[in-house]
Design a protein around this ligand. Sequence first.
Ligand code: ADP
Ligand code: MG
Length: 644
Amino acid sequence: MTTEETKKPADQEATANAEGPGETHTFQAEVSRLLDIVANALYSEKEIFIRELVSNAADACDRLRYAAITQPDLVEGDADYAIALSTDKDARTLTFSDNGIGMSREELIGNLGTIARSGSSAFVEQLSGDAKNDVSLIGQFGVGFYSCFMVAEKVEVVSRRAGEDLAWQWTSDGKGAFTVTEAERDGRGTTITVHLKEDEADYAETFRVQTVVKTYSDHIAFPITVNDGSEEGDPEPVNTASALWTRPRNDITEQQYTEFFHHVSHMVGDPWSTLHFRAEGMIEYTGLLYIPSSRPFDLYNQDRTSKVRLYVKRVFITEDCEELVPRWLRFLRGVIDSEDLPLNISREMLQNNAVLSRIRSGLTSRVIRELESKAEKEPDAYAEFWENFGAVLKEGLYEPTGEKEELLGLARFRSTHDDNLVSLTDYVGRMKEGQKAIYYITGGDVDALARSPQLEGFRSRGIEVLLLSDPVDEFWVPMVGMFEEQPFKSATQGGADFDEIKSEDAEADAEEKKADDTPQEDIDRLIAAMKLALGEDVKDIRVSDRLTESAVCLVADEGDMDMNLERLLKAHQQIETRAARILEINPGHTLIKGLAAKAKADSGSTDDAARLLLDQARILEGEPLPDPAAFAQRMSEIMAKGIG
Ligand code: ADP
Ligand code: MG
């Protein structure tokens, strides 16, 4: 978030009822909705409104400091940023004052009357009315300012934008409307006066407010003072007022790390992992990075960039620098502070910047090492991470980065082996003698995949199959191709080729087969009849190695596209038509045996049966039937015969 970009778009502006001074504006509908919920919140941690307003004040100082790099006159005569809170018991007010960038009249109206950030209006739409949950999420969605209406009966914001002469006052009781009038303010910045509700008078107590600031805002890099005007001289800052990441690790408590995580991520709860490090050598930088323990709400947003904040020598530069963190680590939150980038760096300069790309590869390998160590030492915790972010990490497998080996090592999968997540190394270690591929099946749902008929033969031979249910699996598997010299092979494609794989009880299998074998020529005759019936609708019909229980299944031909990928692409209108499938039949199945006998005796047509079998295979694949009416018709006839 750099200076100019936090302005909300003009078309989202709240509407003005009257022109001229003292005009009244109504809040955008979403804001009114939000305010309703906030005002009635039975939330026990109402004190978080202090954190939100302090955090806004700090953001305003950060933004001015950045703007002043190119426009030093903006801070002339007052370059010491500070945040001052003052309490007044008699007036029952708590006031927040900062000398940050301030807001113009338009910004006051846009920023404090509408919600324009992508995702945030969606958040408001989803508000459940469960005030406790909703309020705790407020900061995450960029609507933190409104949290002050949990405790306020009226709020006044007086702001003067740096470089401008006029100040403006925004006033509201949070009930549908606000007014904007011209105002006075010494110097730039923003003063927010919170008129407390009668039963929230606590927040007009200096000591109470100090405690809250210490708890939530100690890491803020600007001095924060809290006073009631009774002290002589300048009050002492309540916070340490140095950026948290610049302090030695030993001086930082767990709680401070966590609070800072909440601040930079706007998320709640504890981080899954915290990495605080200093890189020295050719390029020097400090990193304080967090891996969250839940998914940020914007993980799958269109832009898919990380939100790690870039600082240069403690000056905040931007929080959406695409080059800083690979997309497949976009769940990372935190700060990178570089000594080696120029302070006046522009967005354009950030692209293809050599320093930045070294920082990126440095932090990438740190995160990978952290993940490797967790995967090894705390597999259960790692599994939680994987559930949240595995699908994102796998995107790295098809990007042209150098970390494929590491990522393949970190990847975990569901498989037919057991209910635990397995690694590729586990898989390869368990491969059967003679097995020449890593088998996988892709689809939308692990449980449904596990029940696929195509896996029956694998299961009976004790061959493990990976169950891949993330859409990205369709893309990385063909790109990667191999792991430890073993090729990946779809279990629903090409011939199953079990000949060289030694099954546990291969002899028993063979015996059994012999015992109920239908002669090959009968099967051939049946296949010929079915081919005639199905024509172009199938590419081929053949005897299956895959099936042990089901009568039929569909598979893709060797060179064709994987069936699930084809379905995905079709669903997204990426392809027009599908390739015809191969229908595999199970000669050991009673139904197939019966049909073979019927074909041999030439006692009536097998056309309907062939059609029904193909439709059945399609249903098992989760594919729509091309002619459901015909299917129902045939099915009814056969049932009628059965009953009659
Ligand atoms: P967020 O901080 O996530 O953007 P908020 O609801 O907390 O969301 O604040 C809304 C916007 O109001 C901020 O983005 C900022 O532009 C503006 N704002 C709030 N407080 C201040 C302040 N003290 N100084 C300048 N601008 C502010
Ligand atoms: Mg905020």
